[in-house]
Design a protein around this ligand. Structure first.
Ligand code: PBG
Length: 337
């Protein structure tokens, strides 16, 4: 970098670091509770509540959902993103439960819109909670078929819009799905429904605990999602993915997972004047929890450090399973980090 800069001993960078008030004053980035989006898993009464690989994260019934979201809102969290654990009896090859207007997610959207009208409701769009094979789309000759899947995603999106969702977040990584969903929403009078595009979503091992939560892990078996999710080796390709989503009408972009993809987050932030979100995914959360359980790291400090890293790299906001904890940490002001 070329700029005028006094040399040592005139310049001493430690001078600004000597007390907390000054460190706070010169901090370049800040984390606020308004940056946080809470992912929530849903279940019907018969489904198990606990998730082995995600300590302190649960699947919630509609009744429990209301209490959880009330708590989140009281802490200052502005939005949640919903994921269903679907009854295995309702999982079909084509994932048709996704466009059942009375499915668990649609019920949840209606419950929340009624109980907490000022809470933002985001719903993930993809078929994996609903398919018998655990893939995000419809299979043809054993492969996820792009255009057939888009038709299904359109039905899913319209059903969600009808139920009253605020933001649709396609996480399926089909080509052309943002434009197709936007067009269908507009044709049906849902111009106000926003699209948060999972633009740069990588084929990642860090999704394991989430798939357990959804019940899709065992269905997927040894299969993987590499023909539609991105290769972790690629960064420039993420710019093309994001550019397409922007051109197709995305309102907001997302990078996922988080910490292992900070360079992608930074590049998208530099390249696109768009609201940009990052997903601290299940495996990232579980690693923090597991190391903390062993007494090997300080959970609070490690969590808050990872969250400020996302802000530093350019995130507008963060989806994290630790949103409630982080909100509480931000509240007890004596931040001793
Ligand atoms: C579904 C979806 C996944 C996640 C969000 N939406 C899993 C996957 O693509 O297999 C992962 C979230 C997490 O791990 O926390 N398309």
């Amino acid at each position: 970098m070329t700029f005028l800069h006094a040399a040592f001993p005139h310049s001493r960078l430690r001078r600004n670091r000597q007390d907390e008030w000054c460190r706070d004053l010169v901090a370049e980035t800040h984390l606020s509770v308004q940056d946080l989006i809470l992912p929530v898993f849903l279940r019907d009464e018969n489904a198990p509540r606990t998730i082995d690989a995600m300590p302190e994260v649960f699947r919630h019934t509609l009744e429990e959902l209301k209490d959880l979201c009330k708590k989140a809102q009281n802490l200052g969290i502005r939005a949640v993103i919903l994921f269903p654990y679907t009854d295995p009896a309702l999982r079909y090859d084509d994932g048709k439960e996704a466009w059942n207007p009375n499915n668990l997610i649609c019920q949840a959207v209606r419950v929340l819109k009624d109980a907490l009208p000022s809470l933002g409701i985001i719903v993930d769009v993809a078929l994996d909670p609903y398919t018998s094979h655990g893939h995000d789309g419809i299979l043809k000759n054993g492969e996820v078929a792009n255009d057939e899947t888009i038709e299904a995603l359109i039905k899913q999106s319209l059903t969600l819009a009808q139920a009253g969702v605020d933001v649709i977040a396609p996480s399926d990584m089909m080509d052309g799905r943002i434009g197709a969903i936007r067009k269908a929403l507009d044709q049906e009078g849902h111009q106000h429904v926003r699209i948060l595009a999972y633009s740069a979503k990588y084929a990642s091992a860090f999704y394991g605990p989430f798939r357990e939560a959804l019940g899709s892990l065992s269905l997927l078996g040894k299969a993987n999602k590499k023909t539609y999710q991105m290769d972790p080796a690629n960064a420039r390709e993420a710019l093309r993915e994001a550019a397409q989503d922007v051109l197709e009408g995305a309102d907001m972009l997302m990078v996922k997972p988080g910490l292992a993809y900070l360079d992608i987050l930074y590049r998208l932030h530099e390249q696109f004047p768009m609201p940009l979100f990052v997903y601290q995914v299940s495996g990232e959360y579980s690693m923090l929890k597991a190391a903390a359980e062993k007494g090997w790291i300080d959970y609070k400090k490690a969590l808050m450090e990872s969250l400020i890293a996302f802000k530093r790299a350019g995130a507008t906001g963060i989806l994290t399973y630790a949103a409630l904890e982080a909100a509480e940490f931000l509240q007890d002001k004596g931040h001793d980090q």
